[in-house]
Ligand binder design. Structure first.
Ligand code: NDP
Length: 299
C-alpha cells in the first residue's frame, strides 16, 4: 500500500474534482473515475482491490463503475466495502444485464445490486448492452426506479449511433444520461459520428478500456516509440498519455480500472498535464482517426 503525503493527496483530490463533465440534468461528475471489472473474482485479492478503490476516491476519482455481471456481483460487493462510510463522496454507477432489463426483473435486480453495494440508491444505472427486451420496456423500468428513489438517473452502454437515435426517438428516451462505450487510442471508431452526435444531444460518453486493458492490444500501443516521446515530453508515462488522450474531449468520462495502488496513483496524476496540438498530431499519425463508419468496438 502506498503511503502518500496528505498535501499531495489533497492536491490531486482538488485537481481531479475540478475536471468535470456536465450531465444534462445539471449534475456534474469527475472526468476521471474508476472501473471494477475483474474485481471480486479472487477473495485473496479483495483487500488490495478495496484499498485501490479507496485510494482512488481519496485522490478525487470519485466516480465508481461496476455491474451485476462482474464476478457475478462480486465486484459490487468489493465496491460496496470500498465506499462504506464514504457513500456521499461517490457517484455510483452499476449496470443491469440486458435479460434482466424488462419490467419483470429490473426492480429486483436493482435491489440486489443495492444490497451488494450497501447503499439505498445508485447515481446512475446502465443497460449493459442492448438485448432482446424492447427499449420502451427498459425505459419504463428505469423511470419506475427513478420514481421509487432507487436510482437518480439511467443510461445505456455499448450503443452505437443508430441505437442512440432510436433510443432518443422513444418516449422519455432522451432522459438517457450517458452511453458507456469502448474508446482508446487504438480503437477510435466512435470519433466518426458517435462522439459528435452525443455532444449535440448533451449525452456524455463514458469511455471503458481507456488504457486498452492488459494484453496484446495494449502491448502495441504502450511500446510505440512516438507514444514514449510524447510521454517523456510531459514527464509522464505512456499509460497517462493514453488516459489524457481519451479525456481530451470535454464530453468524455474515463473509467480506468486499477487494483494496484501504484497504478491508481499513476492514473490519478493524468489531470496534472495537458496534451497540445503537436502531441495530438503525432498520436494521429501513429493511430489515425477513422475515415469511415466502423462497427462499434465491444469487449
Ligand atoms: P482498462 O483499460 O481500464 O485496463 C485495466 C487494466 O490496466 C488492468 O489490468 C489494470 O491492472 C491495468 N492498469 C491500470 N492502471 C495501470 C497503470 N497505471 N499502469 C499499468 N497498468 C495499469 O480496462 P477495463 O476493461 O478494466 O475497463 C475499465 C472499466 O470499464 C472496467 O473495469 C469496467 O468498469 C468498465 N467496462 C465496461 C464495459 C461495458 O461493456 N460497459 C466493458 C469493459 C469494461 P491492475 O488491476 O493490476 O492495476
Amino acid at each position: 500500500m502506498i503511503k502518500l503525503d496528505s498535501k499531495i493527496t489533497q492536491e490531486l483530490y482538488s485537481i481531479n474534482q475540478e475536471h468535470r463533465v456536465l450531465l444534462a440534468d445539471g449534475a456534474s461528475v469527475p472526468k476521471l473515475g474508476q472501473g471494477t471489472w475483474y474485481m471480486g473474482e479472487n477473495p485473496g485479492k479483495q483487500k488490495d482491490e478495496i484499498e485501490a478503490l479507496r485510494l482512488g476516491i481519496d485522490l478525487g476519482m470519485t466516480l465508481i463503475d461496476t455491474a451485476e455481471m462482474y464476478a457475478d456481483g462480486g465486484a459490487e460487493c468489493v465496491a460496496g466495502e470500498a465506499i462504506k462510510n464514504m457513500r456521499d463522496k461517490v457517484f455510483l454507477v452499476s449496470k443491469v444485464y440486458p435479460h434482466n432489463a424488462g419490467l419483470r426483473n429490473i426492480a429486483k435486480n436493482c435491489e440486489n445490486s443495492l444490497k451488494r453495494l450497501q447503499t439505498d440508491h445508485l447515481d446512475l444505472y446502465l443497460l449493459h448492452w442492448r438485448g432482446s427486451i424492447p427499449l420502451e420496456e427498459t425505459i419504463e423500468g428505469m423511470e419506475n426506479l427513478i420514481k421509487t428513489g432507487k436510482i437518480l438517473r439511467w443510461g445505456v452502454s455499448n450503443f452505437d449511433t443508430r441505437d442512440m437515435k432510436e433510443l432518443v426517438s422513444l418516449p422519455k428516451g432522451s432522459h438517457c444520461a450517458v452511453n458507456q462505450v469502448l474508446y482508446h487510442l487504438g480503437s477510435r471508431g466512435i470519433e466518426y459520428d458517435l462522439i459528435n452526435w452525443q455532444k449535440q444531444n448533451s449525452i456524455p460518453i463514458m469511455a471503458y478500456c481507456p488504457i486498452a486493458q492488459a494484453g496484446t492490444l495494449r502491448r502495441g500501443l504502450i511500446q510505440h516509440p512516438d507514444l514514449k516521446k510524447v510521454a517523456d515530453k510531459h514527464h509522464a508515462t505512456p499509460i497517462q498519455i493514453l488516459l489524457a488522450w481519451c479525456m481530451r474531449h470535454d464530453n468524455m468520462i474515463a473509467i480506468p480500472k486499477a487494483s494496484n495502488t501504484a497504478h491508481v496513483l499513476e492514473n490519478a496524476r493524468v489531470n496534472t498535464f495537458t496534451l497540445d496540438q503537436e502531441d495530438l498530431q503525432k498520436l494521429d499519425q501513429i493511430f489515425p482517426a477513422p475515415s469511415k463508419k466502423v462497427p462499434l468496438d465491444i469487449v
